[in-house]
Write a protein that binds this ligand. Structure first.
Ligand SMILES: NC(=O)c1ccc[n+]([C@@H]2O[C@H](COP(=O)([O-])OP(=O)(O)OC[C@H]3O[C@@H](n4cnc5c(N)ncnc54)[C@H](OP(=O)(O)O)[C@@H]3O)[C@@H](O)[C@H]2O)c1
Length: 353
């Protein structure tokens, strides 16, 4: 352990842990000993931990991967390194197998946490998944770089761009556009020259997506929302839809999609899968694509890492804003997730231990 620690080794830290699946109340505060990093790990003092929708899916045990209990949620955390695992002391002998400067205590990093652990005062992170951060990016903002930032960047510049050939001048419909991924997608799509039609679940979010650069914003709580989308695109259906909501919204998106167009599904935040029969796709000549970040990390690591680098560069240069309008103390993690489930948050939701 180093002098950077504010608590002595062996003392306890606060974590938010779930010992069972269920409602937000299963997230309980506990005090546990600060862990020691093993070989290949670093210990960081968490300054900010990101809340993602996938944390909620894990809590409900509806995530596509199994979640072993007990579980400390949090797939990404930002903070200073306070201790290196044994192998990292001998940097010459055991390379970290990651690009960039060697990790050292005091360095502020974005830690990607495949096994969770971010909802805590201190977190163990694989050294290979720690990315030193430029000073220009605040810790709260940095929690959006990994899951939401990479998802938005890859969805737009890989999946959508390949489906459309070029993004410039093409009309895109983005649902859940004020959310964590959505708020980044709106900006990236606008910067790529697309015509951005941002759809949200309540009128309170309309202004937020307009301020991020959407050309038009519509609210799908209104019964004529699909007509509003067509009107926003000069009476024409859009070229491509990006939907993480599923259920009714996913289905109704097809009323706005042109023959030969593409729908990209990347979630079902409504809790309902979206159903459109195969005959529809054949009759309309439309295509359905999907996106899963974990798949890209595992099978297309070069593209994923390039996307992360792009997002870090854009945020550092001020080209991409990360709206952080909802921050919570660590002990309020359950309330943070409740507010995401209540659809009352905009942009990135962050825990500040
Ligand atoms: N495939 C992947 O690899 C990947 C990666 C990251 C995220 N995602 C998905 O992308 C979506 C957004 O994730 P995020 O972390 O950025 O979360 P988020 O957007 O901050 O929150 C989810 C949003 O979904 C919308 N929503 C619609 N119906 C909902 C319901 N019944 N309950 C809760 N929310 C509802 C809400 O926006 P409105 O109120 O405006 O509808 C809400 O703001 C999620 O579906 C998530 O699973 C997928």
């Amino acid at each position: 352990m180093t002098q950077k620690m504010t608590k002595s080794p062996g003392t306890k830290m606060q974590v938010v842990r779930m010992d069972q699946f269920g409602e937000a109340s299963v997230l309980q505060n506990h005090h546990v000993p600060i862990p020691e990093p093993a070989a290949g790990q670093v210990l960081i003092r968490v300054a900010a931990a990101g809340v993602n929708f996938s944390d909620i899916l894990r809590r409900r045990n509806t995530y596509f991967m199994p979640t072993a209990l007990p579980f400390v949620p949090g797939a990404e955390a930002v903070g200073d390194i306070v201790a290196l695992g044994p192998a990292l002391h001998a940097a010459d002998e055991v390379p970290e197998q990651r690009p960039g400067p060697a990790l050292q205590p005091g360095m502020r990093v974005l830690a990607i946490l495949p096994g969770g652990g971010g909802y805590a005062e201190y977190a163990l992170a694989p050294a290979a998944y720690c990315i030193p951060l430029p000073d220009a990016i605040g810790s709260a903002q940095a929690t959006a770089l990994f899951v939401q930032g990479c998802t938005a960047q890859l969805l737009l510049h890989q999946v959508a761009a390949q489906a459309l050939g070029a993004l410039e001048g093409r009309a895109l419909l983005l649902t859940a556009a004020a959310g964590g991924v959505g708020s980044l997608l709106v900006q990236l799509a606008r910067q790529a020259g697309a015509r951005v039609i941002a759809a949200v679940g309540s009128s309170a979010k309309l202004e937020a997506v307009a301020s991020l650069g959407a050309h038009h914003s519509v609210c799908y709580a209104e019964s004529d929302w699909t007509e509003q989308v067509l009107a926003a695109n000069n009476g024409q259906p859009v070229d491509l839809v990006l939907d993480p909501v599923g259920g009714r919204i996913y289905r109704e998106c097809f009323q706005c999609l042109k023959p030969g167009g593409t729908a990209v599904v990347y979630g079902s935040a409504s809790g309902e899968p979206g159903y459109v029969d195969s005959e529809h796709f054949v009759n309309q000549g439309q295509s359905l694509l999907s996106f899963n970040l974990a798949h890209w990390i595992q099978h297309r690591p070069a593209e994923w890492q390039a996307a992360l680098g792009e997002v870090i560069g854009k945020v550092a240069q001020g080209m991409l804003q990360v709206p952080v309008t909802n921050t919570f103390a660590l002990s309020q993690a359950a309330e943070a997730q409740r507010q995401v489930e209540a659809r009352s948050t905009i942009g990135k939701v962050v825990l500040l231990p």
